[in-house]
Design a protein around this ligand. Structure first.
Ligand code: RIB
Length: 337
Protein backbone atom coordinates (compact mmCIF):
# COMPACT_ATOMS: atom_id res chain seq x y z
CA UNK A 1 0.00 0.00 0.00
CA UNK A 2 1.31 3.50 -0.91
CA UNK A 3 1.44 6.47 1.39
CA UNK A 4 -1.63 6.73 3.68
CA UNK A 5 -3.62 9.81 2.70
CA UNK A 6 -6.16 11.89 4.53
CA UNK A 7 -8.76 10.32 2.20
CA UNK A 8 -7.90 6.82 3.46
CA UNK A 9 -8.37 7.99 7.03
CA UNK A 10 -11.75 9.58 6.21
CA UNK A 11 -12.96 6.31 4.63
CA UNK A 12 -11.71 4.25 7.59
CA UNK A 13 -13.39 6.54 10.13
CA UNK A 14 -16.47 7.03 7.95
CA UNK A 15 -16.25 10.84 8.16
CA UNK A 16 -15.55 13.65 5.67
CA UNK A 17 -12.05 14.63 4.60
CA UNK A 18 -12.51 18.09 6.13
CA UNK A 19 -13.38 16.52 9.51
CA UNK A 20 -10.13 14.55 9.40
CA UNK A 21 -8.23 17.72 8.47
CA UNK A 22 -9.80 19.64 11.41
CA UNK A 23 -8.81 16.85 13.82
CA UNK A 24 -5.22 16.69 12.49
CA UNK A 25 -4.72 20.49 12.48
CA UNK A 26 -6.98 21.21 15.48
CA UNK A 27 -8.55 24.01 13.47
CA UNK A 28 -12.14 23.69 14.81
CA UNK A 29 -14.15 21.79 17.41
CA UNK A 30 -14.98 18.17 16.51
CA UNK A 31 -17.28 16.23 18.86
CA UNK A 32 -15.28 13.84 21.05
CA UNK A 33 -16.87 10.64 19.68
CA UNK A 34 -16.14 11.53 16.05
CA UNK A 35 -12.70 12.82 17.04
CA UNK A 36 -12.04 9.46 18.72
CA UNK A 37 -12.99 7.54 15.56
CA UNK A 38 -10.63 9.74 13.49
CA UNK A 39 -7.76 9.33 15.95
CA UNK A 40 -8.28 5.54 16.00
CA UNK A 41 -8.16 5.50 12.18
CA UNK A 42 -5.01 7.68 12.11
CA UNK A 43 -3.31 5.28 14.50
CA UNK A 44 -4.58 2.09 12.80
CA UNK A 45 -3.43 3.22 9.33
CA UNK A 46 -0.18 4.82 10.60
CA UNK A 47 -0.94 8.17 8.94
CA UNK A 48 1.99 10.67 8.68
CA UNK A 49 1.36 14.30 7.57
CA UNK A 50 2.71 15.06 4.10
CA UNK A 51 4.82 18.13 4.86
CA UNK A 52 5.88 18.54 1.24
CA UNK A 53 2.24 18.81 0.11
CA UNK A 54 1.48 21.19 2.99
CA UNK A 55 4.44 23.42 2.17
CA UNK A 56 3.54 23.45 -1.54
CA UNK A 57 0.14 24.81 -0.51
CA UNK A 58 1.48 27.36 1.97
CA UNK A 59 4.82 28.14 0.30
CA UNK A 60 6.40 27.75 3.76
CA UNK A 61 8.46 24.71 4.74
CA UNK A 62 9.00 25.81 8.38
CA UNK A 63 12.65 24.97 7.80
CA UNK A 64 15.81 26.99 8.37
CA UNK A 65 19.17 26.22 6.76
CA UNK A 66 22.35 26.68 8.80
CA UNK A 67 25.80 26.60 7.16
CA UNK A 68 28.90 26.42 9.40
CA UNK A 69 32.58 26.18 8.34
CA UNK A 70 33.65 23.28 10.60
CA UNK A 71 31.13 21.17 12.53
CA UNK A 72 34.00 19.46 14.41
CA UNK A 73 35.01 22.80 15.98
CA UNK A 74 33.24 23.01 19.33
CA UNK A 75 32.46 26.69 18.83
CA UNK A 76 30.34 25.84 15.78
CA UNK A 77 28.96 22.69 17.40
CA UNK A 78 27.77 24.74 20.38
CA UNK A 79 26.28 27.58 18.34
CA UNK A 80 24.60 25.09 15.95
CA UNK A 81 22.93 23.25 18.84
CA UNK A 82 21.61 26.51 20.28
CA UNK A 83 20.33 27.74 16.92
CA UNK A 84 18.60 24.38 16.38
CA UNK A 85 17.07 24.62 19.84
CA UNK A 86 15.81 28.19 19.41
CA UNK A 87 14.48 27.41 15.95
CA UNK A 88 12.70 24.26 17.11
CA UNK A 89 11.09 26.14 20.01
CA UNK A 90 9.55 28.47 17.41
CA UNK A 91 8.31 25.66 15.15
CA UNK A 92 11.22 25.51 12.71
CA UNK A 93 13.35 22.51 11.78
CA UNK A 94 17.01 23.28 11.14
CA UNK A 95 19.05 21.64 8.34
CA UNK A 96 22.79 21.84 9.07
CA UNK A 97 25.40 22.09 6.28
CA UNK A 98 29.12 21.77 7.11
CA UNK A 99 31.27 23.52 4.49
CA UNK A 100 34.55 22.20 5.99
CA UNK A 101 36.17 25.62 5.41
CA UNK A 102 35.82 24.82 1.70
CA UNK A 103 34.16 27.51 -0.48
CA UNK A 104 33.39 24.93 -3.21
CA UNK A 105 31.55 22.74 -0.69
CA UNK A 106 29.90 25.82 0.75
CA UNK A 107 28.35 26.69 -2.62
CA UNK A 108 27.03 23.11 -2.90
CA UNK A 109 25.24 23.50 0.40
CA UNK A 110 23.82 26.86 -0.62
CA UNK A 111 22.38 25.24 -3.75
CA UNK A 112 21.06 22.26 -1.75
CA UNK A 113 19.32 24.45 0.81
CA UNK A 114 17.78 26.62 -1.90
CA UNK A 115 16.63 23.47 -3.77
CA UNK A 116 14.98 22.22 -0.57
CA UNK A 117 13.13 25.56 -0.41
CA UNK A 118 14.22 26.36 3.12
CA UNK A 119 12.44 29.46 4.36
CA UNK A 120 15.63 31.22 5.44
CA UNK A 121 19.33 30.66 6.17
CA UNK A 122 21.78 31.46 8.95
CA UNK A 123 25.18 31.64 7.30
CA UNK A 124 28.67 31.47 8.81
CA UNK A 125 31.10 31.95 5.96
CA UNK A 126 34.04 29.64 5.23
CA UNK A 127 36.07 32.57 3.97
CA UNK A 128 35.96 35.63 1.82
CA UNK A 129 34.11 33.99 -1.10
CA UNK A 130 31.83 36.88 -1.96
CA UNK A 131 30.37 35.05 -4.96
CA UNK A 132 29.01 32.29 -2.74
CA UNK A 133 27.04 34.69 -0.62
CA UNK A 134 25.58 36.40 -3.69
CA UNK A 135 23.65 33.17 -4.45
CA UNK A 136 21.41 34.09 -1.53
CA UNK A 137 20.98 37.64 -2.77
CA UNK A 138 19.67 36.26 -6.08
CA UNK A 139 17.30 33.87 -4.30
CA UNK A 140 15.44 36.51 -2.25
CA UNK A 141 15.23 34.32 0.84
CA UNK A 142 16.04 36.00 4.16
CA UNK A 143 19.59 35.41 5.39
CA UNK A 144 21.32 36.21 8.66
CA UNK A 145 25.12 36.34 8.58
CA UNK A 146 26.77 35.39 11.86
CA UNK A 147 30.29 35.48 13.29
CA UNK A 148 32.21 36.36 10.13
CA UNK A 149 31.79 39.52 8.10
CA UNK A 150 30.57 39.06 4.54
CA UNK A 151 31.30 42.26 2.58
CA UNK A 152 27.78 42.91 1.28
CA UNK A 153 25.02 44.72 3.13
CA UNK A 154 22.31 42.27 2.10
CA UNK A 155 21.55 40.56 5.36
CA UNK A 156 21.12 40.98 9.07
CA UNK A 157 24.50 40.49 10.73
CA UNK A 158 25.36 39.19 14.22
CA UNK A 159 29.01 39.59 15.21
CA UNK A 160 31.13 40.10 18.33
CA UNK A 161 33.65 42.87 19.01
CA UNK A 162 36.67 40.71 18.20
CA UNK A 163 39.13 43.63 18.20
CA UNK A 164 38.21 44.58 21.78
CA UNK A 165 38.39 40.92 22.80
CA UNK A 166 41.89 40.62 21.35
CA UNK A 167 42.93 43.84 23.09
CA UNK A 168 41.53 42.66 26.47
CA UNK A 169 43.37 39.32 26.22
CA UNK A 170 46.70 40.95 25.42
CA UNK A 171 46.21 43.75 27.94
CA UNK A 172 45.66 41.14 30.66
CA UNK A 173 48.95 39.38 29.80
CA UNK A 174 50.74 42.74 29.91
CA UNK A 175 49.23 43.44 33.34
CA UNK A 176 50.72 40.08 34.44
CA UNK A 177 54.14 41.46 33.53
CA UNK A 178 54.59 39.72 30.17
CA UNK A 179 56.38 41.65 27.44
CA UNK A 180 57.43 38.81 25.12
CA UNK A 181 53.92 37.80 24.05
CA UNK A 182 53.55 35.43 21.11
CA UNK A 183 50.42 35.17 18.99
CA UNK A 184 48.92 32.21 17.10
CA UNK A 185 46.39 33.58 14.62
CA UNK A 186 43.63 31.84 12.70
CA UNK A 187 43.50 31.83 8.89
CA UNK A 188 44.48 35.30 7.69
CA UNK A 189 41.46 35.74 5.40
CA UNK A 190 38.92 35.40 8.22
CA UNK A 191 37.58 38.57 9.80
CA UNK A 192 37.46 37.29 13.43
CA UNK A 193 41.14 36.36 13.27
CA UNK A 194 42.21 39.64 11.67
CA UNK A 195 40.20 41.69 14.17
CA UNK A 196 41.57 39.85 17.22
CA UNK A 197 45.07 40.28 15.83
CA UNK A 198 44.42 44.02 15.50
CA UNK A 199 43.45 44.10 19.19
CA UNK A 200 46.69 42.28 20.07
CA UNK A 201 48.74 44.88 18.18
CA UNK A 202 46.81 47.79 19.71
CA UNK A 203 47.48 46.57 23.27
CA UNK A 204 51.20 46.10 22.55
CA UNK A 205 51.47 49.55 21.01
CA UNK A 206 49.58 51.21 23.87
CA UNK A 207 52.02 49.56 26.35
CA UNK A 208 55.07 50.60 24.34
CA UNK A 209 55.97 46.96 23.58
CA UNK A 210 57.47 46.59 20.08
CA UNK A 211 55.47 44.39 17.66
CA UNK A 212 57.72 41.59 16.37
CA UNK A 213 56.48 39.57 13.37
CA UNK A 214 58.73 36.65 14.37
CA UNK A 215 56.53 36.26 17.48
CA UNK A 216 53.47 35.54 15.33
CA UNK A 217 52.53 32.22 13.70
CA UNK A 218 49.46 31.56 11.54
CA UNK A 219 47.26 28.62 12.57
CA UNK A 220 44.11 27.04 11.15
CA UNK A 221 41.66 27.29 14.07
CA UNK A 222 42.15 23.53 14.72
CA UNK A 223 43.78 21.63 17.61
CA UNK A 224 46.60 20.13 15.53
CA UNK A 225 47.26 23.48 13.89
CA UNK A 226 47.58 25.10 17.31
CA UNK A 227 50.03 22.43 18.43
CA UNK A 228 52.22 22.83 15.33
CA UNK A 229 52.15 26.62 15.62
CA UNK A 230 53.27 26.49 19.25
CA UNK A 231 56.08 24.07 18.27
CA UNK A 232 57.33 26.78 15.91
CA UNK A 233 57.11 29.53 18.53
CA UNK A 234 59.07 27.39 21.00
CA UNK A 235 61.82 26.66 18.45
CA UNK A 236 62.67 30.38 18.25
CA UNK A 237 65.92 31.40 19.98
CA UNK A 238 63.99 33.79 22.24
CA UNK A 239 61.06 32.00 23.93
CA UNK A 240 57.78 33.80 24.73
CA UNK A 241 56.61 33.92 28.36
CA UNK A 242 52.99 34.17 27.18
CA UNK A 243 51.02 33.38 24.03
CA UNK A 244 47.67 34.73 22.89
CA UNK A 245 45.97 32.02 20.77
CA UNK A 246 43.06 33.28 18.67
CA UNK A 247 40.68 30.40 19.39
CA UNK A 248 40.30 27.74 22.10
CA UNK A 249 40.70 24.70 19.82
CA UNK A 250 44.19 25.90 18.83
CA UNK A 251 44.93 26.96 22.44
CA UNK A 252 44.29 23.36 23.58
CA UNK A 253 46.67 22.14 20.88
CA UNK A 254 49.21 24.76 21.94
CA UNK A 255 49.03 23.48 25.53
CA UNK A 256 49.88 19.95 24.41
CA UNK A 257 52.89 21.32 22.53
CA UNK A 258 54.11 23.23 25.61
CA UNK A 259 53.70 20.13 27.79
CA UNK A 260 55.66 18.07 25.20
CA UNK A 261 58.43 20.67 25.43
CA UNK A 262 58.55 20.12 29.18
CA UNK A 263 57.04 23.50 30.01
CA UNK A 264 54.72 24.00 32.95
CA UNK A 265 51.58 26.09 32.30
CA UNK A 266 51.34 28.78 33.60
CA UNK A 267 54.60 28.73 35.61
CA UNK A 268 56.82 28.69 32.49
CA UNK A 269 54.33 29.83 29.88
CA UNK A 270 50.97 31.58 30.08
CA UNK A 271 48.37 30.74 27.41
CA UNK A 272 45.12 32.56 26.69
CA UNK A 273 42.49 31.48 24.13
CA UNK A 274 39.30 32.86 22.55
CA UNK A 275 35.70 31.49 22.37
CA UNK A 276 35.20 29.88 25.82
CA UNK A 277 33.98 26.57 24.44
CA UNK A 278 32.79 24.08 27.08
CA UNK A 279 36.17 22.28 26.97
CA UNK A 280 38.04 25.42 28.11
CA UNK A 281 36.94 24.85 31.69
CA UNK A 282 37.58 21.07 31.53
CA UNK A 283 41.23 20.96 30.39
CA UNK A 284 44.11 21.05 32.89
CA UNK A 285 45.07 23.71 33.68
CA UNK A 286 41.73 25.33 32.92
CA UNK A 287 42.04 27.78 30.03
CA UNK A 288 41.96 31.52 30.49
CA UNK A 289 40.06 32.78 27.47
CA UNK A 290 37.89 35.47 25.92
CA UNK A 291 34.29 34.31 26.03
CA UNK A 292 32.07 34.80 23.01
CA UNK A 293 28.37 35.17 23.96
CA UNK A 294 27.50 31.98 22.02
CA UNK A 295 23.98 31.69 23.41
CA UNK A 296 23.20 35.36 22.74
CA UNK A 297 24.60 35.12 19.18
CA UNK A 298 22.43 32.05 18.50
CA UNK A 299 19.37 33.75 19.96
CA UNK A 300 19.82 36.96 17.98
CA UNK A 301 20.55 35.13 14.71
CA UNK A 302 17.51 32.86 15.07
CA UNK A 303 15.12 35.57 16.24
CA UNK A 304 16.18 38.07 13.56
CA UNK A 305 15.56 35.44 10.88
CA UNK A 306 12.24 34.12 12.22
CA UNK A 307 10.86 37.61 12.84
CA UNK A 308 11.62 38.33 9.16
CA UNK A 309 10.00 35.04 8.10
CA UNK A 310 6.88 35.68 10.16
CA UNK A 311 6.54 39.14 8.64
CA UNK A 312 7.14 40.80 12.03
CA UNK A 313 10.11 42.68 10.59
CA UNK A 314 10.29 44.49 7.30
CA UNK A 315 12.85 47.01 8.54
CA UNK A 316 16.38 47.65 7.41
CA UNK A 317 18.98 44.94 7.98
CA UNK A 318 20.34 45.07 11.50
CA UNK A 319 24.03 44.87 12.44
CA UNK A 320 24.38 43.49 15.98
CA UNK A 321 27.86 43.67 17.60
CA UNK A 322 27.98 41.77 20.89
CA UNK A 323 30.56 42.11 23.64
CA UNK A 324 33.08 39.48 24.69
CA UNK A 325 34.21 38.84 28.28
CA UNK A 326 37.65 37.94 29.67
CA UNK A 327 37.43 34.70 31.70
CA UNK A 328 40.47 34.34 34.01
CA UNK A 329 41.35 30.71 34.75
CA UNK A 330 44.54 28.78 35.54
CA UNK A 331 46.52 28.87 32.27
CA UNK A 332 47.83 32.39 32.94
CA UNK A 333 49.99 33.78 35.75
CA UNK A 334 52.40 36.60 36.56
CA UNK A 335 55.64 36.39 34.58
CA UNK A 336 58.51 34.75 36.47
CA UNK A 337 61.06 37.41 37.49
O1 RIB B 1 36.87 28.51 16.80
C1 RIB B 1 36.40 28.89 15.54
C2 RIB B 1 36.55 30.34 15.36
O2 RIB B 1 36.01 30.66 14.12
C3 RIB B 1 35.80 31.08 16.44
O3 RIB B 1 36.66 31.96 17.11
C4 RIB B 1 34.69 31.76 15.74
O4 RIB B 1 34.66 33.16 15.99
C5 RIB B 1 34.87 31.46 14.28
O5 RIB B 1 35.09 32.60 13.53
Amino acid sequence: MGRITIKDVAREADVSISTVSHVINDTRFVDPVTKGHVQDALKKLGYRPNNVARSLRSGVTQTIGLIVPDASNLFFAEIARKIENYGFQQGYSVILGNSDNNPAKEIQYIHTLLAKSVDGVIFISAGAELRNFKQFADSNIPVVVADRVVPIELADVVLVDNEQGGYDATRYLIELGHTHIGCITGPNDLSPSMQRFDGYKRALKEAGIPFRLERVVTGDFRVQGGSEAMDRLLQAPEKPSAVFVLNDMMAIGAMTSAHRAGLSIPADLSIIGFDDIELASAVSPTLTTVAQPIDEMARYATDLLIQRLNGHRKDENQRIILKTALIKRNSTARRKP
